[in-house]
Ligand binder design. Structure first.
Ligand code: HEC
Length: 124
């Protein structure tokens, strides 16, 4: 197992599953799903701003960028667009300072996902 993968397992795997499969819970499935957000800039940003990511105890931005690139490229599988640009430490640094907060979370998630899915479709 790579270093990045073991960081994922210890900081994220407890909720999201070591393979990104969270089962029938309120924790979203990452495996073959999370990449659907990555076809727009706002979607890329959303994935860093979700509380489990932005407020992660992984404080080092480069390490968190590596973990998110593992999440998108490996766990995201078929859902991740072929042209996915890996996250940089600078992007993570900027976006994690604005964690998403509760009230409008689900509505925001739905809109971000809808626009990204439309962009993914156009890119094909
Ligand atoms: C305590 C459990 C928990 C931990 C730990 C956790 N998450 Fe999450 N994650 C969630 C829940 C629950 C959501 C749904 C949004 C919310 O309610 O915050 C979520 C949402 C997400 C999303 C958005 C997916 C979508 O479909 O909207 C991503 C990406 C993500 N988490 C990745 C990670 C990564 C990477 C880590 C480790 C750095 C991590 N999470 C740690 C529970 C967790």
């Amino acid at each position: 197992m790579s270093h990045t993968q073991s960081v994922y397992v210890s900081h994220c795997g407890g909720c999201h599953g070591i393979e990104g499969i969270s089962g029938p819970t309120f924790v979203p499935m990452l495996r073959n799903a999370v990449g659907s957000f990555a076809c727009t800039d706002e979607g890329r940003e959303y994935l860093i701003r979700v509380p489990g990511v932005s407020m992660s105890l992984i404080r080092d931005d480069q390490t968190l960028a590596d973990v998110m690139n593992f999440v998108l490229i490996t766990l995201g599988g078929t859902s991740t667009p072929p042209g996915f640009r890996p996250y940089t430490a600078a992007e993570v640094h900027t976006w994690r300072q604005h964690p998403l907060s509760d009230p409008e979370f689900l509505a925001l998630r739905a809109h971000v996902l809808e626009r990204s899915l439309a962009a993914c479709k156009k890119a094909k």
